[in-house]
Design a protein around this ligand. Structure first.
Ligand code: SAM
Length: 359
């Protein structure tokens, strides 16, 4: 007690010292021991912690929830998956319950107990909605999933933590953590199979926006000198869209860049560099690499965010990793390489796409 009051006092004192300027601060804290008291180590937030705070705040917004609930292919996918695979009497976790919708579907399949977990204040609405809809056997847990504990393991983990870049809503660490701690051996993760794509793409001729340094003749004005001012912020090199009219075609035939099996994956087993080639089947300018995902429950039950898939789930944006505009001709071979420091953080992704025909 005495120690904690003393520490609080020194934190207060060090704040005042810092206000007076570093010079005086340095003089006062010349001794390394005193320094530790005056400058207690500042709490360093990891990117994962920062994302967690953002996620909590983001999903409290009703508009985010209604975008997801109004996405008919998404809802049909989850409704069918749960009706097919959750059996009466099973114990279920709904990781990130939001408005409680997946927990409700599981309860209506006869689950004996559903633990509906969410760290966002949206869970207060979920509780009310469950009461209004007469939903039974659902226990709401207002907690981050890593802090959720159970004595008896569950049969099923339900989740929807799918980001536009597949990994950017922390699906892998969150599901793996619950899988390893509270899922029965042989238990079910729904969904468990994912594919991430990163396909060379040609945009619609009227919709393309070249890099500013590629604009050499805007009615007689040349912007090519802007090449010297290439922005350093990663967002500049990405586009986000839900607009299917933007993409004209994929240059080659799409294949997944990475396949994820949530039963076996470990957070650090994903490769940090992936290289692949595409034979050009549809010639045109390569405007970028379209990033999208597919989630598979059964052969006939697949959820897609592909920009050329008419049945795609509309609320997910597809992303385009921009490229300098090169024309690809029929039959050529192009090599794409993606390097990431952290799959969950697209700011750490870098990519290249080059013609290796005849090399
Ligand atoms: C994409 S929304 C899905 C909501 C709902 N399951 C649905 O399908 O409509 C993800 C939800 O998970 C919550 N969430 C994300 N990570 C979480 C975590 N590790 N622990 C608890 N809640 C989490 C968010 O607050 C958000 O409500």
């Amino acid at each position: 007690m005495l120690l904690s009051s003393l520490q609080r006092f020194t934190v207060f004192l060090s704040t005042q010292v810092r206000r007076l300027g570093t010079g005086l601060g340095n003089w006062l804290v010349g001794s390394p021991r005193l320094k530790a008291w005056f400058y207690p180590p500042l709490k360093v937030e990891t990117p994962a912690e920062r994302y967690r705070q953002f996620n909590e705040y983001y999903f409290a917004d009703l508009h985010e929830q209604e975008r997801m609930l109004g996405d008919e292919p998404r809802m049909a996918f989850y409704h069918t998956a749960i009706n097919r695979h959750v059996k009466p009497g099973q114990r279920v976790i709904d990781l990130g319950t939001g408005t409680g919708i997946l927990a409700t579907y599981a309860s209506r399949c006869g689950a004996s107990q559903v633990y509906a977990i969410d760290h966002s204040t949206i869970i207060e609405h979920a509780k009310e909605l469950a009461a209004e809809n007469g939903v039974e056997n659902v226990q709401f847990e207002d907690v981050h999933s890593t802090k959720f504990h159970l004595d008896e393991p569950v049969d099923v983990i339900l989740h929807e933590q799918i980001g536009d870049f597949l990994f950017d809503e922390a699906m892998v660490p969150n599901v793996c953590d619950l899988r390893d701690r509270v899922l029965k051996k042989g238990g079910l993760i729904l969904p468990s199979q994912f594919e991430l794509f990163c396909e060379p793409v040609t945009l619609d001729d009227d919709r393309r926006i070249p890099y500013i340094w590629e604009l050499t003749d805007v009615h007689g004005v040349d912007f090519s000198s802007m090449d010297r001012s290439r922005p350093q912020n990663p967002e500049y090199y990405r586009l986000a869209s839900c607009d299917l009219g933007l993409v004209k075609h994929f240059v080659g035939d799409p294949e997944p860049l990475v396949k994820v099996d949530l039963y076996t994956i470990e957070e650090d087993t994903l490769p940090l560099t992936v290289t692949f080639t595409r034979e050009v089947k549809r010639p045109g300018i390569i405007d970028g690499l379209a990033v999208f995902m597919k989630a598979k429950v059964d052969d006939d039950l697949v959820l897609s965010s592909s920009p050329i898939d008419p049945g795609r789930a509309p609320h997910w944006g597809f992303r385009i990793l921009r490229l300098d505009q090169w024309r690809a001709e029929l039959g050529e071979t192009w090599e794409v390489s993606l390097t990431v420091k952290d799959w969950a953080d697209p700011d750490t992704w870098t990519w290249t796409c080059e013609n290796i025909t005849g090399v």
